[in-house]
Design a protein around this ligand. Structure first.
Ligand code: HEC
Length: 135
């Protein structure tokens, strides 16, 4: 009887030890995870500027929402198609590209070039980064 209890204790003990080992491993991984998070922080400021323009002076938000079509296509839809075709949103907003998302409605979008043509490359790239954040 005593031998069985001893064996049981040993079993439980070795189980606890092996669990403890795994936990140590997890702790080791934590610093690695935070290291990889650093890079996007740089891009985030660009995305934030894009959001500010999109909702502010660009007035884009009146017709574009992240995931549903309102007047214009959703940002997810625009990002997906531009990525697929490897096209440039900046070029389009400068009025130098062609509509590839919903050409039939292009006239509605075209009116906004009056605003986007006055924007700097930095502002247009920020808008592009913001739209791509909904991929
Ligand atoms: C009055 C409504 C309206 C506003 C405001 C508006 N859009 Fe649009 N947008 C549209 C419509 C409609 C389309 C679909 C036609 C098209 O694809 O060109 C579109 C399409 C687009 C496309 C895809 C173009 C393509 O290749 O087909 C992009 C990119 C875009 N808009 C960005 C913007 C940005 C950035 C702003 C703000 C500066 C903005 N839109 C403001 C209505 C609007």
């Amino acid at each position: 009887m005593k031998k069985v209890t001893l064996l049981l204790c040993l079993f439980v003990f070795s189980f606890l030890v092996s669990c403890g080992g795994k936990e140590e491993q997890k702790l080791d991984e934590i610093p690695k995870a935070t290291e990889t998070v650093e890079q996007p922080i740089v891009d985030n400021s660009k995305i934030e500027l894009g959001e500010e323009i999109f909702e502010g002076k660009g007035t884009c938000v009146a017709c574009h929402k992240p995931n549903i079509k309102v007047v214009g296509p959703s940002l997810h839809n625009i990002a997906t198609i531009y990525k697929e075709k490897n096209a440039s949103i900046v070029t389009f907003l400068k009025g130098e590209g062609e509509a590839i998302v919903d050409p039939a409605q292009f006239e509605v979008m075209k009116a906004n070039f009056a605003i986007t043509k006055t924007m700097s490359d930095e502002e247009l790239q920020a808008l592009e980064a913001y739209i791509y954040s909904f991929l």
